[in-house]
Ligand binder design. Structure first.
Ligand code: FES
Length: 68
C-alpha cells in the first residue's frame, strides 16, 4: 500500500530499504524521500520502519544462534 502519496513510497519500498541495510527512519527518509514534503505520512512510515528493523534484527539474532 502507498504510505507516502507525495513521493509515491509504498510499505514494500520501506521494507526493501531495511532489507538493503537501512536501520533507522533517517536512513529510510534519505533513501526514499518519504516524509520530506507534507509530512503526513511520517508517523505511519516510522512505525513500518520500526517494525521492519525489529524483524531484521530478530532474523540476524537467529542467524547468530545457528552459528554457535
Ligand atoms: S504523504 Fe509523505 S510527504 Fe506527503
Amino acid at each position: 500500500m502507498y504510505v507516502c502519496m507525495c513521493k509515491g513510497v509504498t510499505d514494500h519500498r520501506i521494507r526493501r530499504e531495511v532489507d538493503d541495510g537501512a536501520r533507522s527512519w533517517r536512513d529510510v527518509r534519505e533513501a526514499t524521500g518519504c516524509g520530506t514534503q507534507c509530512g503526513k505520512c511520517a508517523c505511519t512510515a516510522k512505525a513500518i520502519t520500526r517494525e521492519a528493523v525489529s524483524e531484521a534484527r530478530a532474523e540476524a539474532d537467529m542467524g547468530l544462534a545457528y552459528a554457535i
